[in-house]
Design a protein around this ligand. Structure first.
Ligand code: IPE
Ligand code: IPE
Ligand code: MG
Length: 253
């Protein structure tokens, strides 16, 4: 979406922030507590970041909560995470709704229990008509799953004769991946010290500014979020152009 005016301008607040919320387990272990205590403390960081988004007029927030690969963790941790997810959803959906938030889940829902799928569907339906922040939670999500699902949908349309293979291009593909209706992320944040994407939004992050911090997710609150916004404001996003070209475009704007 770099050429349709949907990206944040340099010096601006990002319109769309995508976060890998990592480091919960280490946060708990450093305190001699079970990993689950870190996941619980992480929920408070989500609340803090939501408030900061409202304050800074960020319009879309995408949070990576559970990856396709996280299903391979010990069964007890997966079970506790699913319980926390369902409880938090049941407890927070009304409050999110009251704050005008539009909640959406991206990922492979087929892998969740029926009650959890139902809670997700209900929360989405409840908040669909709101006009505030787009809050996307990536659960059971993988960037490769997303791309493969998009490819399958396109293949089905070709098989039905609605499309020819020649019509399949970047624009068409971009319409099939998750969050196709939203601007692509301007700013990516990963907490917890690792410098990797871990199968988050692979297609959508093509021109996103990347920000990594050693701070663990349960310690990531408003100030830390503001530091990331400030770092973003100092970046020059060139999208393949030269700096001189960007100066010219600004002069003509
Ligand atoms: C992120 O924290 C939350 C999930 C992946 C569910 P981790 O659980 O990965 O915490 P660390 O990286 O082990 O500290
Ligand atoms: C990435 O964290 C996924 C989420 C935060 C949901 P991981 O802890 O699973 O990532 P790796 O295993 O360190 O790459
Ligand atoms: Mg981790």
């Amino acid at each position: 979406m770099g050429d349709d005016g949907k990206q944040a301008a340099p010096g601006a607040t990002p319109r769309h922030v995508a976060i890998i919320m990592d480091g919960n387990g280490r946060w708990a272990q450093a305190r001699g507590r079970p990993r689950q205590a870190g996941h619980k403390a992480g929920v408070d960081s989500v609340r803090a970041v939501l408030e900061a988004c409202a304050k800074h007029q960020v319009t879309c927030l995408t949070l990576f909560a559970f990856s396709s690969e996280n299903w391979k963790r010990p069964g007890t941790e997966v079970k506790l995470l699913m319980q926390l997810f369902q409880r938090t959803l049941e407890r927070e959906a009304r409050r999110l709704h009251k704050n005008g938030i539009r909640l959406r889940f991206i990922g492979d829902r087929a892998r969740f229990s029926a009650p959890l799928r139902q809670a997700m569907d209900e929360a989405e339906a409840l908040t669909r008509g709101n006009e505030g922040l787009y809050l996307n939670i990536a659960v059971s999500y993988g960037g490769r799953w997303d791309a493969a699902t998009a490819a399958r949908r396109i293949a089905e349309r070709v098989a039905r004769g609605e499309l020819t293979p020649e019509q399949v291009d970047e624009t068409l593909f971009a319409r099939e991946v998750s969050l196709a209706d939203l601007p692509e992320p301007d700013l990516f944040i990963r907490t917890g010290g690792e410098r990797r994407i871990s199968n988050f939004l692979l297609w959508q992050l093509a021109y996103t500014e990347l920000y990594f911090t050693d701070r663990l997710w349960p310690d990531f609150r408003e100030q830390a979020f503001e530091a990331a916004l400030q770092d973003f404001r100092c970046r020059q996003r060139r999208f393949g152009l030269t700096s001189e070209q960007l100066v010219e475009t600004e002069q003509h704007a």
